[in-house]
Every structure is written in structure tokens, then in C-alpha cells.
Design a protein around this ligand. Structure first.
Ligand SMILES: NC(=O)c1ccc[n+]([C@@H]2O[C@H](COP(=O)([O-])OP(=O)(O)OC[C@H]3O[C@@H](n4cnc5c(N)ncnc54)[C@H](O)[C@@H]3O)[C@@H](O)[C@H]2O)c1
Length: 368
């Protein structure tokens, strides 16, 4: 793993998710930009090998007979390009956190490096790992909603409501810094999850957007709030709202999709339920673990019916599908690619770029 040292946010989640099914073990890391902290973090996790830099790790692991099978990238956005490239070029598969990079140009460079290397690449858009999100995708694909007309997605948080980046919050410091976050804060950080969720569940691309980005906190260079109109391929319309200054909300991600026959609603804070809303009939709550669910939801569920599972397991579902491909390709079989990858990452950055361009031009329609 690169990143994820003591005090980091998402690295520990990656470790749990990778190891949850007993199919992988974290053995090596360049866990921090500070070598002493990297070593202390590796020791606390009982890792065999701690490196002072990701360059050193990529080079030395590739030379070992028992070197790593894949690398996890859990470092800030500006490092995705150099770190991902270093591992791909050393012949190592990579699983990287979103967004793919800080801007579209960096994302395209990663795409090129991945294509040249022929190695596997996964992007941890966590929400695509939830069983009921996969069930919602099946609903849309099977035509049970009828013709898709409207998608409404919201992702609201409040942890950037004050200038915490100037009060020692490390996660906020890099996310609000254009040098390290890229061209956007809120849209890049959580808008990309909402964008991916729309395209994943609907199986349709967002073709164009009209966006209004703003920053409510004085002195903040990047957006902390955004509202958008969406046009999807096939004619559906939509709205996407994301905010990191929405007081009272910790992580309120929800999506509603409406077709000509029925609607669907999924909320991250009640992830084991999918609300089905047929026109003119009673609503129904479909639940994780029940026998009527489709294959994708069923194979993404670990606990018995009625026992909640959530964030860590959703993350682990992305890992499980990725690791299945690591094993398949090692055995000479083709990869299945049942997880977000380069294409989804590129689309995410096209979406971020289009939202920034739209807003900067006075909120005009911009194609993705
Ligand atoms: N999938 C999700 O839901 C989700 C959630 C949170 C964060 N993320 C993504 O994960 C990434 C990390 O975010 P975070 O909130 O954990 O950040 P963080 O600031 O908490 O942690 C970043 C870690 O990277 C380390 N680091 C920095 N430079 C390094 C270097 N040169 N070599 C090695 N390590 C280095 C830091 O020391 C720290 O340990 C970001 O790309 C973010 O967008 C994704």
C-alpha cells in the first residue's frame, strides 16, 4: 500500500477490505511521505516490509520472488499518476482510490500507462460494491422501470463547513489545495462518486451537464458545493447535487431513478434497502439477503438475511472482483473486469472538467 499511514483516512479501510475474505494479506508499504511515520505505521500493522518511498517499493518488490501481487494506492490525488505509473511500469497490478487523478490530463496519462503495461487496474468507487446498488442496476437493465426518464442524485456532507484546512485537518488541507487535489474539491471528491453511481445504476452515460460550482468558505480556492443539471444518453434527464458544507449531513448519498413504469430509491445511510415504487401501486422495500434478489446482489452479500452489512463489505466486494481477475490472469485466463477501472476513471475526470468549465462560463451546457 502507498499512503494509509497513521492518521490517514482511507488506508485502513483498504486494508480491511482487501483482507476481509482471507484472499489477500497486506505485506508491504510506503505508508507515508514521512519515512519514520511510514515505518511506525508498518510496524503497527505488522507488515513484513516498509519502504521509505513508493519508487523504492515499486522497484524492489518487482525484483523479489515473493513480491507483491498488486499495489493499493491510497495517497492524495496528485500522487495517483506518479505512483500508479511506477507500479504499472514495474509490472504490478494496481487498485487505486478515486478520483483517477487531479485532472483530465493526468488521468489520460494513467490510461496510457495502463494500456502499455497490460496490467490490471481497478478504481475503488465504493458505492458500486453495495448489493442493493447492484440490484438497482439490474432493475434498470431488465426494463422493470420502463423507459428511464429522470435521475436525481445527491451527495451531502458538512465536514468542510468551516476552514478546517487552516486548523490542521490534513484531509481538508490537500482536498482544498489545487496543487494536490486537482481542479476541484467537492466535485472531484464526492461528485465523482455521484457521477459514477448514476452511470453505473442507469447503464447510461451522462452526455452533457450544466453546473454551478461555488465555494462558501472565505479564502477557499476550490469548490465546496455544486448543483448540476444532467442529460443522459437515451434522453433521460437528471440533477446532481453535491456539497461539503451541508450542515447536519455526515455522508448523505442518495439516488432516485424514475422510469415510465416505476421508480427506485437507494440511500447510503440505509444501504440494505432498495425502495421500489411502482406507479399506482404500493411501494415495496427490497432487502439484502432475501431470495428474490438478482445474481449480482446475491453474490455481493456475505451475512445472513436481516444482518446488516455496509461500507467495509461494499469496499471488499470491489476487492474480491479485482482479486479474482488477478488470479484469473495469473492462470492465463482473461480478466472479467467486474469493477470500475480506467474507463470509469476517465469519465469521472471528464465530468469534473466539464463541471468546472460549465460553471466558469456562467453555467452553460458542456458535453462530456
Ligand atoms: N473510496 C472512497 O470512498 C474514498 C474515501 C476517502 C478517500 N478516498 C481517496 O483516497 C485517497 C486518500 O485520501 P485520504 O482521505 O485517505 O487522505 P489522507 O490525507 O488521510 O491520507 C493520505 C496518506 O498518503 C500519505 N502520503 C502522502 N504522500 C505520500 C508519498 N509521497 N508516499 C507515500 N505516502 C504518502 C500520507 O502520509 C497519508 O498517510 C484520495 O485519493 C481520496 O480521494 C476515497
Amino acid at each position: 500500500m502507498v499512503g494509509g499511514g497513521q492518521g490517514a483516512f482511507i488506508g485502513a479501510v483498504h486494508r480491511i477490505a482487501a483482507e476481509l475474505d482471507g484472499e489477500a494479506l497486506l505485506v508491504a508499504g510506503a505508508l507515508s511521505s514521512n519515512p519514520a511515520r511510514a515505518r511506525a505505521s508498518a510496524e503497527a500493522w505488522g507488515l513484513d516490509r516498509s519502504y521509505d518511498s513508493y519508487e523504492q517499493m515499486a522497484a524492489l518488490e518487482a525484483k523479489r520472488d515473493d513480491g507483491i501481487d498488486f499495489a493499493i494506492v491510497a495517497a492524495p490525488n496528485h500522487l495517483h499518476l506518479p505512483v500508479v505509473k511506477a507500479f504499472l511500469e514495474s509490472g504490478t497490478h494496481v487498485i487505486c482510490d478515486k478520483p483517477l487523478a487531479g485532472d483530465l490530463d493526468q488521468a489520460q496519462q494513467i490510461a496510457k500507462a495502463a494500456a502499455v503495461s497490460g496490467r490490471l487496474f481497478a478504481l475503488t468507487h465504493t458505492y458500486a460494491g453495495y448489493p442493493m446498488v447492484r440490484e438497482a442496476r439490474d432493475w434498470v437493465a431488465s426494463g422493470r422501470l420502463g423507459e428511464l426518464r429522470k435521475v436525481q442524485v445527491e451527495y451531502n456532507q458538512d465536514w468542510l463547513r468551516e476552514p478546517v484546512e487552516r486548523a490542521g485537518n490534513k484531509q481538508a488541507a490537500w482536498r482544498t489545495d489545487p496543487e494536490r487535489a486537482g481542479i476541484s474539491c467537492c466535485v472531484g471528491d464526492i461528485g465523482t462518486h455521484a457521477h459514477h453511481l448514476v452511470e453505473f445504476i442507469s447503464s447510461r452515460r451522462i452526455e452533457s451537464i450544466l453546473a454551478d460550482l461555488t465555494s462558501f468558505v472565505d479564502g477557499r480556492e476550490l469548490d465546496d458545493d455544486a448543483s448540476m443539471l444532467l442529460r443522459l444518453e437515451g434522453g433521460a434527464r437528471g440533477t446532481l447535487v453535491c456539497s461539503q458544507v451541508a450542515c447536519g449531513e455526515a455522508n448523505d448519498l442518495r439516488i432516485r431513478l424514475y422510469g415510465s413504469k416505476a421508480g427506485l430509491e437507494w440511500r447510503q445511510q440505509e444501504p440494505n434497502a432498495l425502495m421500489v415504487k411502482p406507479a399506482g401501486e404500493a411501494w415495496a422495500i427490497h432487502r439484502v439477503g432475501d431470495g428474490y434478489l438478482g445474481e449480482a446482489a446475491a453474490r455481493s452479500t456475505r451475512t445472513p438475511a436481516g444482518h446488516p452489512e455496509g461500507y467495509l463489505e461494499a469496499f471488499a466486494n470491489i476487492y474480491r472482483d479485482f482479486m479474482a481477475d488477478v488470479r484469473r490472469t495469473a492462470a492465463g485466463e482473461p480478466a472479467l473486469g467486474n469493477y470500475p477501472g480506467i474507463e470509469e476513471g476517465l469519465r469521472g475526470l471528464r465530468f469534473v472538467q466539464a463541471s468546472v468549465d460549465s460553471s466558469n462560463q456562467g453555467s452553460v451546457w458542456v458535453d462530456l
